[in-house]
Ligand binder design. Structure first.
Ligand code: FAD
Length: 291
């Protein structure tokens, strides 16, 4: 099913993002965590592509498994890394043949060892290139990424917003944001996007802070700032993983409730292939704020 069909029925969506497992142990863990998370009946599930060096074949295998063996509406992420037009067209055909109807189209991160993406292999350099190709097929519902704190390579917020507008004009039907920890940046971003003429759903991407060191690193890579109040709280518990976990979950619950109360169209959870935090957060949301 296309995610736009789900939008027609539900005011909010709750989606979970997974990445392909890297070894036998993480495959087993993913199986268990997927089982726990799917009990929550998410609106859809997404699978990252090539992120953190994961193999692209495994991404396709995982999204195929979730869509066709588990019967969940799935979204395949896809990036420009190593992408030629011919490869993209073949891959899109393959995904469509495997019942995948939703694509999250991205540029991808600058490959390790290169200073910028223009030197990366492949002849497509921006998410807009992929969106144009996918749109032309007429086969997919297309999602794209947005950056409430501005993409780290962008010279300024206006330029970044202009490109976001272009993604939508070319065919992106909804946006999922980069992680953020201060809801004010999300609401300001929505205001600017609406002023720029972007009227699609902009779904906030939320990552629970259960391992402060790890999330700090992700936030740095993704250009997301962590407010001092949150940093101070988590620093206090730096030697106590249980308290860090509980504090991280409580922070995310408060963040999600405020987002939903103030009109966010659902939540996209960056699960990091773990279930407990997302289960704890999702099950703490008041019923009136879910579907
Ligand atoms: P683009 O939209 O191409 O933007 C990159 C930069 O170029 C920005 O500064 C933008 O302002 C500018 N720009 C945009 N379009 C143009 C244009 N046509 N001409 C000139 N400049 C332009 N990475 C992975 O490797 N795999 C994943 O599965 C993955 N999933 C993600 C999911 C989400 C929801 C998010 C938010 C990010 C994800 N990423 C993933 C990370 C993403 O690939 C990086 O953030 C990357 O640096 C930018 O991707 P993009 O699609 O936003 O790029």
């Amino acid at each position: 099913m296309k995610i736009t069909e789900i939008f027609k029925k539900h005011k909010r969506t709750f989606s979970f993002e997974f990445f392909p497992p890297k070894n036998y142990q993480s495959t087993l863990e993913l199986g268990i965590n997927l089982g726990q998370l799917l009990k929550l009946s998410p609106s859809f599930v997404s699978v990252t592509y090539g992120a953190g060096g994961s193999t692209q074949d495994l991404s396709f295998d995982l999204v195929d498994y979730i869509q066709n063996k588990l019967g969940m509406t799935s979204m395949a992420h896809y990036t420009c890394v190593n992408a030629t037009r011919e490869k993209v067209e073949n891959d899109f055909r393959y995904l469509h043949e495997h019942n995948i109807r939703n694509l999250m189209l991205l540029r991808g991160d600058v490959p390790k060892g290169l200073s910028d993406f223009s030197a990366a292999p492949g002849d497509l350099k921006h998410a807009t290139d992929l969106i144009a190709i996918a749109k032309k097929t007429g086969l997919f519902c297309i999602g794209a990424a947005g950056y409430p704190e501005v993409h780290r390579e962008s010279p300024d917020a206006e330029t970044d917003m202009k490109w976001l507008y272009n993604k939508v004009a070319l065919g992106a039907e909804f946006i999922v944001t980069q992680m953020f920890f201060d809801n004010a940046v999300y609401f300001q971003f929505i205001e600017k996007a609406r002023a720029a003429g972007i009227n699609t759903r902009i779904i906030p991407g939320i990552i629970p802070i259960t391992n402060f060191k790890q999330i700090k690193k992700f936030a740095e890579i993704g250009g997301a700032s962590i407010p001092a109040s949150i940093q101070d709280k988590l620093e206090t518990y730096r030697d106590n993983p249980d308290k860090t976990y509980q504090a991280g979950v409580d922070i995310a619950i408060a963040q999600c409730i405020e987002l939903l109360e103030k009109g966010a169209p659902g939540i996209h959870f960056y699960t990091l292939n773990k279930s407990s935090a997302t289960v704890d957060i999702f099950s703490s949301l008041p019923v009136g704020l879910t579907w």
